[in-house]
Design a protein around this ligand. Structure first.
Ligand SMILES: N[C@@H](CCC(=O)N[C@@H](CS)C(=O)NCC(=O)O)C(=O)O
Length: 210
């Protein structure tokens, strides 16, 4: 197999769904390897790919990329013809990085802490990267409200896939509050053909029909 082949390590009920959507947006060929949760994901073979023993991960051009946000950003740059990243000299690259990193760091951490009932006391807000759950949600709402129709305006990018997935999953799992700006952006995202293709592929894997 050539180095240029893409291998996608995932589980259909995981953050791998985000990467699947991005891959479908790119419309490039890839081979899916599903890893069962538990011991299989902690096998020496898979730990050699991701020492965290977690999915998703990709292998492409002889390189492993882990971390969903990094995979999205990497893939958008690796296939520039798809136009899923702003040009390097485009000032909107700043907006792009800003929301990608905001979602991968503060939003993920705030949502996880809330789900586990582990939110820090209010007086520690200055110490915690996300400040408070409400502060992080208010800033995320600003991002969603600015999407017209996408985070960077007319250009749909990997930031819409990654940050938008946090909103989409958050609404589905009720881990983020229901707000009109979240609902409106999520609705536009769900209408994308690549979103629907990716969802169908992963839902089929979950149902065991693939
Ligand atoms: N920070 C990682 C998180 C990856 C992660 O936690 N994946 C979960 C599924 S969504 C997993 O593989 N859990 C199985 C385990 O840890 O054993 C990313 O954004 O990709």
């Amino acid at each position: 197999m050539s180095d240029h082949h893409m291998v996608f390590h995932t589980h259909p009920m995981s953050r791998g769904r985000i990467v699947r959507w991005l891959l479908e947006e790119l419309a490039v060929p890839y081979r899916t390897v599903v890893h069962a949760y538990g011991q299989a994901m902690k096998s020496p073979q898979y730990l050699a790919i991701n020492p965290m023993g977690k999915v998703p991960a990709i292998e492409h051009r002889g390189v492993v990329v882990t971390e969903t946000a990094a995979i999205c950003a990497y893939l958008a740059d690796a296939f520039p013809q798809a136009g899923l990243a702003p040009a390097l000299d485009d000032p909107l690259r700043g907006t792009y990085y800003r929301w990608l990193f905001f979602a991968a760091g503060p939003v993920e951490a705030a949502v996880s802490a809330k789900a586990l009932d582990q939110l820090p006391p209010a007086e520690k807000a200055g110490f915690v990267g996300y400040g408070s759950y409400d502060l992080a949600m208010d800033a995320l709402e600003q991002a969603a409200a600015s999407a017209a129709p996408w985070l960077l305006g007319e250009q749909f990018t990997a930031a819409d896939v990654y940050v938008g997935s946090q909103v989409d999953f958050g609404l589905a799992f009720k881990s983020i509050p229901e707000r009109p700006a979240f609902a409106a952006w999520a609705q536009r995202l769900r209408e994308r053909q690549a979103y629907q293709r990716a969802k169908a592929l992963d839902d089929a894997l979950v149902a065991g029909t693939d």
